[in-house]
Structure formats: structure tokens, C-alpha cells
Design a protein around this ligand. Structure first.
Ligand SMILES: *Cc1c(COP(=O)(O)O)cnc(C)c1O
Length: 404
């Protein structure tokens, strides 16, 4: 029987939350009440959405919607087991084959998310005697995968190829395996990884080369084939990771490489072995999405036209959109750098009141003093929506002293 005197052993968490509140960086989840779209309803308010990774508008594409419904009617809602027990459906294999063909690689494995793809892959292929050479701004899922592997982690300065080489040189006589790893596009600044130089360095030192293309799939390269295609580095990147959760519009992550590498992951990647596979509707949705990438290139063209317009106009208004104190964005991710965490969160709240959803991002997601509103352009934002959003940003920015 519970006694009245028992103290809550989790009360230390309340203390930590109170610290966040005191710093002004505590947040409440914003709740979406209708479709994920450029203009939608969060917490009862109609807003222009500048925060979604829905680059091509595929979350509501009629062909994807129809594919999901048809697969649900045909196969039900769940797969019933992990892939290695009884949860591999024909539609899962079809998706993996489709992605492998699209990426022009031997084989592909699909994970439940991009996060599990990264964490599951790195931890499966490396052990405690091995080394990871990792960009300092790589995604959390890569960092967690490195930690899980117990390999030694050598961090190189952001996109600094010479520093990566230095790190590789410092361990060149060590027997362990070396994995050189970078994001294709960095999610907080929108800059593109230093892939060509890093591929040279990996080859010079016999390291495995791995790229996480979560923000590049559907955005860069021919029909959205990602940064390897963008730079023409086919055959030089051993491990290509991508997500199905951003531009592809659904959920999941994938890893591409040689047939044996993928077969090894089937046997050793823990999220693959111990967590249930996608519902058939998700697999069907993703298959339809890759058809759209191949057949509707106008979506990517519109994404980039909107991106050019958006960056130009934000710059003209006088916002710091990176390039001075932070890396310069080269993609549809455009940060509005504010600096102070509290001011950033206040700015975000005021924008919301005036009908713009721009999520504030502060420490620890970005370094202290580099807080920002991260905006993401999509193909489906209309000129009218963008003009109205710019007007709100201008007005609120002036009022709060962010713009002079
Ligand atoms: C979003 C993201 C992931 C995780 O992908 P999910 O499919 O959302 O789990 C991994 N890496 C990078 C660089 C990302 O931006």
C-alpha cells in the first residue's frame, strides 16, 4: 500500500524544468489540428507554417494518400512482427528494391526511422577497438550510434577537411577500423557537407565513408537523389543514409550500400532485429513518393524557386540569415539567427500570435548564443503565403528590436 510519506523520486526533473522556465527556453508542444500544410491550424490558430520538413508537400499528395489507403485495405494496418521473425512483407522488399534502384546502389535496408537507421548502423558495424571521425555538427542520431558502438570518437571542426585528415593521420597506425561520417545537409544551418574533400581523405586513409542525407533526399541531386548525386560521388560513399520522414512525407529511414553490407545489417542492426517493421501503408506511401520524385520534377523546381525568393527577401529585410557567425545556408533550411535564447523564444511566440509558425531553437540543440528561428521552405508555399509571412516577420522583428 502506498504510504502518504513517500516522496516523489522524480522531483529532480521538476527542478530541471523550473530551470528551463527561468531561462525562458521551456516550451509547450504546439498541436496541429488539421493537415500538415503550408497554412494550417496549430492550437486553434490559423498560421503560415515555416517549421515543417515537408519539403515537397508530399504529406498530403493524393497519390501517396491513395497508396496508403489501398495498402491498408489490402494488407491491414500492422506487420505483426519484427522483420527477422514474421514481419517482412512483400511491400517492404519492394520499397527496399525501389530505393536501391533510385540511388543506383546494390542494396537498401529500411528502418523505422532515420534515427534508428543511423544509430543502428554505426553501432552494428563498429566495436570498442574502432574509431569514428565525426563532424562536430553531425546529427544526434549519429552521435548516439557512435556512443552505442563504444568506438573512440574523434570530432573534427565543422566541414574542416584538413582537421578530419589530421584526426585520421593521428590514428593511422592503429589497428581498429575507421569510419568517417558527415551529414549531407546540416539540419540547423542548412549548409552542405564537405563531401568531395572528405571522400578523398577517407580514401587516403582507408576509412569507411558514411553520409547522412536526411535533409538532402528529395531536395538535392537529380530528382532528389541527395548529396552524393549532387557532387557526382557515386561509388565513393560506402554508407548512404536517408530518411523517409522529411521530403518523402511519411516515416522511416534507409541505408544503402553493397549487398553484403545490407545483409549484415539484416543480421546485426538492433532496431531491425528488435523493433517491429512499418505498417504496410507506410511502405506503400514511400513507394508512391519515389514515383513522384521521378515523375514530378516540377515540385523540386518550385521548392528551389521558393527558397531563392525567401532567402533574398529575408536578407533584404535585414535579418541575419547566417554566413557571418554561423555557416551560410545553401538549401531550403534558412535560419534567422537571433543569438539570445530567451529573445528567440519570445520572438517565436509573438510571430505565432500574428499567424506565423517559426519554431525557436536554442541551446542545447544549437550552441549557446546561436539561438534562431529555423525556417524551412517548401514547394507548396504560395507567393501570397510567403508575402504575408514576410510582412509579419518584418513587423514583429521591428517591434522587438531584432530589426533596426
Ligand atoms: C531528421 C534527421 C534524422 C532523423 O530522421 P527521422 O526519420 O526523423 O528519424 C537523422 N539525421 C538527420 C541529419 C536529420 O536531420
Amino acid at each position: 500500500m502506498p504510504t502518504a510519506t513517500r516522496t516523489n523520486p522524480l522531483s529532480f526533473l521538476t527542478d530541471q524544468l523550473n530551470e528551463l522556465k527561468a531561462k525562458g527556453t521551456h516550451f509547450k508542444l504546439r498541436v496541429l489540428e488539421d493537415e500538415q500544410a503550408p497554412e494550417c491550424t496549430f492550437d486553434g490558430k490559423r498560421v503560415i507554417n515555416l517549421a515543417s520538413n515537408n519539403y515537397l508537400g508530399l504529406t498530403t499528395h493524393p497519390k501517396l494518400r491513395e497508396a496508403a489507403l489501398e495498402a491498408t485495405r489490402k494488407y491491414g494496418v500492422g506487420s505483426g512482427a519484427v522483420r527477422t521473425i514474421a514481419g517482412t512483407m512483400k511491400i517492404h522488399m519492394e520499397l527496399e528494391e525501389k530505393i536501391a534502384r533510385f540511388k543506383n546502389v546494390e542494396a537498401c535496408v529500411v528502418f523505422q526511422s532515420g534515427f534508428t537507421a543511423n544509430a543502428g548502423t554505426v553501432s552494428a558495424i563498429l566495436g570498442k577497438d574502432d574509431f569514428v571521425i565525426s563532424d562536430e555538427l553531425n546529427h544526434a542520431s549519429i552521435i548516439d550510434g557512435c556512443r552505442l558502438s563504444r568506438a573512440k570518437i574523434l570530432v573534427f571542426r565543422h566541414k574542416d577537411v584538413a582537421h578530419a585528415e589530421e584526426q585520421l593521420a593521428s590514428i593511422k597506425d592503429q589497428p581498429g577500423r575507421k569510419l568517417l561520417i558527415t551529414d549531407g545537409v546540416f539540419s540547423m544551418d542548412g549548409d552542405i557537407g564537405a563531401l568531395p574533400g572528405l571522400c578523398d581523405a577517407a580514401e587516403k586513409y582507408g576509412a569507411i565513408m558514411m553520409v547522412d542525407d536526411a535533409h538532402s533526399s528529395g531536395v538535392l541531386g537529380r530528382n532528389g537523389r541527395g548529396t552524393i548525386d549532387h557532387f557526382g560521388l557515386h561509388g565513393r560513399v560506402d554508407i548512404q543514409v536517408g530518411t523517409l520522414s522529411k521530403a518523402i512525407g511519411a516515416l522511416g529511414g534507409y541505408v544503402c550500400g553493397t549487398r553484403d553490407f545490407i545483409d549484415y545489417l539484416y543480421h546485426r542492426a538492433r532496431p531491425f532485429l528488435f523493433s517491429t517493421s512499418h505498417p504496410p501503408s507506410v511502405a506503400a506511401t514511400c513507394i508512391a513518393a519515389f514515383d513522384v520524385l521521378e515523375n514530378e520534377p516540377q515540385l523540386m523546381e518550385q521548392l528551389w524557386a521558393n527558397t531563392r525568393f525567401w532567402k533574398k527577401e529575408l536578407g533584404l529585410l535585414g535579418f541575419n540569415i547566417g554566413g557571418k557567425t554561423t555557416p551560410a545556408s545553401e538549401t531550403p533550411i534558412t535560419p534567422i539567427i537571433i543569438g539570445d535564447g530567451r529573445l528567440t523564444m519570445d520572438f517565436s511566440r509573438e510571430l505565432f500570435k500574428e499567424g506565423v509558425l517559426g519554431t525557436g531553437i536554442a541551446f542545447p540543440t544549437v550552441p549557446e548564443g546561436k539561438a534562431r528561428i529555423r525556417t524551412i521552405m517548401t514547394a507548396t508555399h504560395t507567393q501570397d503565403e510567403l508575402t504575408r509571412a514576410l510582412d509579419v516577420l518584418h513587423r514583429v522583428g521591428k517591434r522587438m528590436g531584432i530589426l533596426s
